[in-house]
Design a protein around this ligand. Sequence first.
Ligand SMILES: Nc1ncnc2c1ncn2[C@@H]1O[C@H](COP(=O)(O)OP(=O)(O)O)[C@@H](O)[C@H]1O
Ligand SMILES: [Mg+2]
Length: 251
Amino acid sequence: MGILEIKNVGKRFGGLQALSNVNLSVAENTVHAIIGPNGAGKSTLLNCLVGKLIPDSGSVMFDGQSVLGRAPYEINQMGISRVFQTPEIFGDLTVMENMMIPCFAKRDGAFELNALPSVRNQKDVVEHAMHMLEEMRMADKRHMHAAAMSRGDKRRLEIGMCLSQEPRLLLLDEPTAGMARADTNNTIDLLKQIKEERDITIAIIEHDMHVVFSLADRITVLAQGTPLVEDSPEKIKGHPKVREAYLGESA
Ligand SMILES: Nc1ncnc2c1ncn2[C@@H]1O[C@H](COP(=O)(O)OP(=O)(O)O)[C@@H](O)[C@H]1O
Ligand SMILES: [Mg+2]
């Protein structure tokens, strides 16, 4: 049993079957990559895991509990955090101020200080944010406006904001999209460090095969809304169907 078990998930948008018969099991403390061409349904699948979409059929279980029908903040509190494709940070706020945000949970339109059991007052918020900045090796940048940072550092901050909620499952949707090589490598190094230092499971959607093969323990190839093949990175690299469907264009 994986920490995340997706069974027979289907999702239709009008006349388009975006996902059909998706079965996926993600083992605890591994990095599982989901790759596939544009429009394959990767983001739709991720949206079904975090309460942004409800599948038409199938089940999604996280650590034995269904996530379906739960509000995003509830899923977050179950231990799932997600990094979006475009960094969701506040450019006008400082790095430190951004890092304090995840201490608050947005619930029914209001912010509450109940995101983490250990963070109960203003002093805890400051300490927790500072600790996370140190872990992310960003403490020296704490007074900078977030907008002034490099793409790679914005991503680092955003991943830190997710980790500050102590998730057991981190979801990343194309974390290096549009990045220069140096920023991409910075992000790969950060994710490798996280993988080594924490008990955490990572599911990553990624186009850049250099990123995928640097990090993944297991890879699922999604094509036209359904898994084409799932295997180890070594096997995926040599898989004729995968090369034909996808890797030909980028490997
Ligand atoms: N909210 C939506 N309404 C209608 N069609 C959508 C919606 N979201 C995604 N789609 C369609 O579903 C398919 C899968 O999209 P998506 O999951 O974003 O693919 P990927 O992330 O793999 O590029 C695409 O054809 C896309 O146009
Ligand atoms: Mg997408």
